[in-house]
Design a protein. Sequence first.
Length: 123
Amino acid sequence: MPTVKTNGEITIALNVKDRAETAAWFKQHFGFEEVFSMDAEGWTEISTDTPGVTLGLGEGMEVQKGNCVPVFGVADIAKARRDLEAADTPFDGDTLHIDGMVKLATFFDPDGNAFMLAESETN
């Protein structure tokens, strides 16, 4: 039995130089549409044609080729984090809370690859 139950949603987070430019590129070439944007947070999400999967475009951090952080949606981030920490899964700092939007927690797999948990406050 898995310790963390995802909710069927995944966001693939990418650092980009210009969110609007990148979103326009995906719209032109793939037909993906903007789902929402938070300018103050430097974040835009765009649709994909895969149910439950979005691309998250983060601006403001150094862009490195190959950067990609899958973000697993969960119903209860506190429980998921406790369960992973009990299994010695390392986390990068505290859970981030963007009031009225989302709670986020970055963790690492055994090879040091970054992933995130996200509990939406908008559903």
